[in-house]
Design a binder for this molecule. Structure first.
Ligand SMILES: Cc1ncc(COP(=O)(O)O)c(C=O)c1O
Length: 404
C-alpha cells in the first residue's frame, strides 16, 4: 500500500530524531544530559496543578470549540495588560501554540502557497507547512549577526506572487534572538506593502534578558493600522512551565481568519478542559511566578555562554531571549558530532545530547556546523554538560585529525 506524498514528506523532528541513540546510551549505563529539547525543568505553579485536582464536575465534558469563556477572558485580560485592545471573542484557545500555527496556516493558505520564514526557524514550522500543503520560503539570518534580520531588500526579494504571510518567532527558537521594535515594524510594513499576513509567534514573550522587552506583533500592527493582517500565536507551555497542558491561543482581529480557525477548531471539538482551568489559575500568578523564572534562565544562559567561550572557534552571539542558543562549532558535520556524543563519547559515564542545527533550516546544507542547545537544566547540571561538550569537541577534532 502506498503512503500519501504528505505522509512520505513529513519530516521527523530533528529534536527527537536521535532519541534512540540516547536510549541506547542510557541502556549502556551512560547518564545523558538533555540539551536537545525545550522541556523546562522549572516546576509548574502548584496553584495550576491544584486547579486540575480541584475539578469537581461529575462529567469531563466537551467544552466550546473556541475555549472556555473564563480562559479566553484570562488570556484577553493578559494581552490587555500588555496594552493591546483584545476582546475575549478575538481569542481562540488551541491545543498548544502548535495547533494555533497549523490553524493559521490552513486559514490563510492554499496548497502551494508560500510563507516567508527566517532560518534557522522553529523546526516544527516545516511539519505544519507539510500538513497544510504550504511551502516555506526561507530567508537566511546569520550567527555573526546574532540572527537578526537582514536588510529590507533581502527580505523583499524573497516575496513572490504565492507569498501569503511572514511567520517569525521572537524571542526566537532556536536563535534566542529578540527582534527590535524596528525589525518587527519592518515586517509589519512589508506585510502592508505586499498584502500579506504577519504571524508573530510569541510563545517566549517574557523570556527576554538584560532589560529587553519583546516587541509584540499586535502592538506594532495596531500602531500601523494593520490589525487585520496580524495573527498572534501564543502558549502557556513555556510561560508557566506547562508544556504538557497543551494549551495555546490564536489571536486576531481579522474576523475571517478567526472564523476559519474556529471551524478548524470545531473539527477537533475542543481544547483540553481541565488544563484550561489550570491556565486561568496561571494567569493570576504571572507577576509572582514569571520574573524569578526569567532570572533563573538568564543565569543558565550565562553558564552556557561561559562554556561555549571555552571552545576555540565557536561562533555565537549572546542570546537575548527564549532559552536556546544556536552556536556554530568547529566540528565539520554537527549531525555526525551529535551522534558521536551519544554513540562513542562519555566522561565518567556521562554525555550530553544536543539537536543538530541543520534541522532548523529549510535550505539543504545550511546549519551544517551548528547545534542547538536548550538551557533547561539546573545551573550545576548545565555546568557539567557544557564541560562535557568542551571535552567532546576536543576529542572529536582529535579523531578527525587522526583520520586525515
Ligand atoms: C517558537 C515556538 N512556537 C511554538 C511552540 C509550540 O509550543 P506548544 O505547542 O507547546 O504551545 C514552540 C515549542 O517549543 C516553540 O518553540
Amino acid at each position: 500500500m502506498e503512503l500519501s506524498q504528505r505522509g512520505r514528506l513529513m519530516p521527523a523532528s530533528p529534536i527527537r530524531r536521535l532519541t534512540p541513540l540516547a536510549d541506547a546510551a542510557k541502556a549502556r549505563g551512560t547518564q545523558v544530559y538533555h540539551l536537545n529539547i525545550g522541556q523546562p525543568d522549572i516546576p509548574t505553579p502548584p496553584e495550576m496543578l491544584d486547579a486540575l485536582r480541584n475539578f469537581r464536575e461529575p462529567v469531563l465534558a466537551y467544552g466550546p470549540s473556541s475555549g472556555l469563556a473564563e480562559t479566553r477572558a484570562a488570556m484577553a485580560g493578559y494581552l490587555q495588560d500588555l496594552g493591546w485592545p483584545i476582546a475575549p471573542s478575538e481569542v481562540l484557545v488551541t491545543e498548544g501554540g502548535s495547533e494555533a500555527i497549523l490553524f493559521a496556516m490552513n486559514a490563510i493558505c492554499d496548497t502551494g502557497d508560500e510563507i516567508l520564514v527566517f532560518e534557522p526557524f522553529y523546526t516544527n514550522y516545516s511539519g505544519f507547512a507539510c500538513m497544510a500543503g504550504v511551502t516555506l520560503k526561507a530567508v537566511e539570518t546569520r550567527v555573526e549577526d546574532g540572527y537578526h534580520l537582514p536588510a529590507r531588500e533581502v527580505i523583499e526579494a524573497a516575496i513572490g506572487p504565492k507569498t501569503r504571510a511572514i511567520l517569525y518567532s521572537s524571542p526566537g527558537n532556536p536563535t534566542g534572538t529578540v527582534f527590535t521594535p524596528a525589525e518587527v515594524a519592518m515586517l509589519v510594513d512589508l506585510a502592508v506593502k505586499h498584502d500579506l499576513y504577519v504571524i508573530g509567534d510569541e510563545a517566549y514573550r517574557e523570556f527576554a534578558y538584560d532589560g529587553r522587552t519583546a516587541t509584540g506583533v499586535l502592538g506594532v500592527a495596531s500602531e500601523a493600522g494593520a490589525m487585520d493582517r496580524a495573527i498572534l500565536i501564543d502558549s502557556i507551555s513555556k510561560r508557566f512551565s506547562a508544556c504538557g497542558a497543551r494549551i495555546g491561543f490564536l489571536v486576531t482581529q481579522n474576523a475571517g481568519v478567526l472564523d476559519a480557525a474556529l471551524r478548524f477548531g470545531q473539527a477537533r471539538l475542543c481544547p483540553p478542559t481541565l488544563e484550561q482551568y489550570a491556565a486561568v489559575a496561571g494567569y493570576g500568578l504571572l507577576q509572582k511566578y514569571v520574573p524569578p523564572m526569567i532570572e533563573e534562565y538568564r543565569r543558565r544562559r550565562d553558564t552556557v555562554m561561559a562554556g561555549l567561550r571555552r571552545i576555540p572557534g565557536a561562533v555565537c552571539a549572546v542570546p537575548e531571549g527564549a532559552f536556546y542558543v544556536q552556536p556554530r562549532l568547529p566540528v565539520g558535520d554537527a549531525d555526525a558530532f551529535a551522534q558521536f556524543l551519544l554513540n562513542d563519547f562519555s566522561v565518567d559515564g556521562r554525555t550530553v545530547m544536543v539537536a543538530p542545527g541543520n534541522g532548523f533550516y529549510a535550505t539543504p546544507g545550511k546549519g551544517r556546523e551548528e547545534i542547538r542547545i536548550a538551557y533547561v537544566l539546573k545551573e550545576a547540571d548545565l555546568d557539567v554538560a557544557m564541560g562535557l561538550l568542551v571535552r567532546a569537541v576536543e576529542t572529536w577534532n582529535a579523531r578527525r585529525a587522526d583520520a586525515t
